[in-house]
Design a binder for this molecule. Sequence first.
Ligand code: AMP
Length: 535
Amino acid sequence: MDGLMMDFPLTLPTLLRRVETYFGEKEVVTRLPDRSFHRYTYSEMARRAKQLALALRELGLERGDRVATLCWNHYQHLEAYFGIPCGGFVLHTLNLRLHPNDIGYIAAHAGDRALIVDASLAPLVQQFLDQTEIEHVFVVEDSYEELLASADPAGWIAPDLEENEAAAMCYTSGTTGMPKGVVYSHRSTILHTLGVAAATPMGVGVSEQDTILPVVPMFHANAWGYPYVAAMLGANQVFPGPHLDPESLLEDFVQQGVTWTAGVPTIWLGILQLLDAQPGRWDLSRMKGMLVGGSAAPRAMIAGFKERHNLVVCHGWGMTETSPVASFPALPGELSNADDETKFDYMAMQGLPLALVELRARDDSGNEIPRDGETMGELEVRGPWVASAYYETPDSSDRWTDDGWFKTGDIVSFDPKGHIQIKDRSKDVIKSGGEWISSVELENALMAHPAVAEAAVIAIPDDKWQERPLAAVLLKDGASASAEELRDFLAPQFAKWWLPDRIEFVTEIPKTAVGKFRKTALREQFAPRPAVPTP
Ligand code: AMP
């Protein structure tokens, strides 16, 4: 017997209708490049998002066409978050931290037809545009305004979208090989929004009464879904624009009455340092919770915020492939009166899966690991907002198990209640300040230098960036090259922050039985502690 409920599609136009119908007066505040604040309401946001959708249609773009953004976090980006998918197009957020060649590759691979770009980033576009099929470029606060003005929002009729149509895509560099495209559907986006909104990490959650500031970029993993979560709940939202230094963020928190925020550990380590240096300067009594993820949040940082500033850090885990939020920390109810040290232990773990997400971990022999807090295995995940394939990358099926779970490349243990703790990473990539660096690409580039016989790149721990690359280099017999020379050789090929801070010349690079670099041995030699910190 079938249920007799409506087959109502889960699509973003429903969210847009909700926010303008019920929360039209609530505010979206943006810190502009000149540091002043721009404010408008969700009503205006919705009107402009519809204009964007209509104008893209009038340009001749068709259902399913990709429209890229290359933008910081701001109100125009929010308009793109709604306008592009609500118009039936696919929002493709490009990562502005990448080297122009990589951005070009990604935009070409995705088949982007149009691009919305910040004025400050427009020069970057000239470096990759000719690699792509992009026909239209709109500059924020310039030709983007003309585009919007060309459309009359009175003509808006939401297209009849199906829930499994693509809404957005985002490429990840957190894999070996070329960046890979994750394609979110309307359905997965709506369910992720509900899942994040329903969660109460460490007993705190968000509602219409909150003011949410996502520091995490809208160009990397959807700002953890907060632009949609805030709109669905009717919470005010604040965007920091390009001003991500601790002083500006603290000013935003205080001046805009921020109650909930989210970002990678590098951001919070900087903020903690400033709060410690000038205690009492900022009144953060309204802040209910600060979500930290993307890399492991150090336990000492979590404890420092609570003990010295009475601020609660919530430590989440997720991936571009999981929309991205998959787990939040949770304190078992019976421990609600436990001492702070016990609470910090739980806050430093990556917690429990959100409702509808399932996790398991298996050892090298394929057996599920016991929940003993010690045995380690590779974390696998499945759920309605987890990717089932990469966009047009047929040879990547080994990232999924035969029974349909996604293999994360994260090595974890489970405590007896199933709370995950990330211990290590099996994928050969480095995460610095929340963004990926490919060890393999650096190695290949180094080995193209005439003096280099072999090069292996590993992550070493860093107090500010969590991880930085270190290159172990074996020179050819009789050849010579300095670290500076090798860095200069790499410089034109990579973004500046990819260049290894340390280049160590070695007499041998240890290898496995099958001749691969044995990076664990190099890590033991050069890293005083693991780069992926165990809390
Ligand atoms: P991305 O796709 O760029 O969001 O990166 C996802 C990866 O970042 C995960 O597979 C982990 O390796 C890492 N990561 C994310 N959150 C955490 C966390 N809370 N602790 C440790 N590693 C994390």
